[in-house]
Design a protein around this ligand. Structure first.
Ligand code: AMP
Ligand code: ZN
Length: 116
């Protein structure tokens, strides 16, 4: 049985309100927000990190940034700006080994969150 927390959220075994969903991704709010808006774009497929993305997965990631753009619009950050961050592997500090992109904003992030 898969013991991955994001797989459990994708399957609905752990309830987490979805801001957005399509065939490849769900978007939820981060449980421990590091700034005013902190959302996570999570692949439905269990892919551990950028390093485990295979050629066949390219169709999944083709829409990643358009999803980020949609979330930014939903969160009213299109004009003010935002950051999209993907940690991959040990030295990045990646804590959950299931691909996710952080969408961060809602406040001035210049000089902030350098250690996330
Ligand atoms: P990373 O360090 O890039 O792997 O980020 C993992 C993120 O997942 C952190 O910002 C956590 O706060 C967040 N997180 C962990 N568990 C949950 C959860 N159950 N619901 C929402 N966010 C979570
Ligand atoms: Zn998973």
């Amino acid at each position: 049985m898969c013991d991955c927390i994001f797989c459990k959220i994708v399957k609905g075994d752990i309830p987490s309100p979805r801001l957005y969903e399509d065939e490849n991704f769900i978007v939820i709010r981060d449980i421990n927000p590091l700034c005013k808006v902190h959302d996570l774009i999570i692949t439905k497929k269990h892919i551990k990190s950028v390093n485990e993305i295979e050629k066949d997965d390219e169709k999944i990631f083709a829409s990643l940034f358009t999803v980020a753009k949609k979330i930014a619009a939903m969160e009213n950050m299109s004009e003010s700006g935002y950051r999209v961050v993907v940690n991959s592997g040990k030295d990045s500090g990646q804590a959950v080994p299931h691909f996710h992109a952080h969408v961060l904003g809602g406040e001035d992030l210049k000089g902030k969150l350098q250690g996330m």
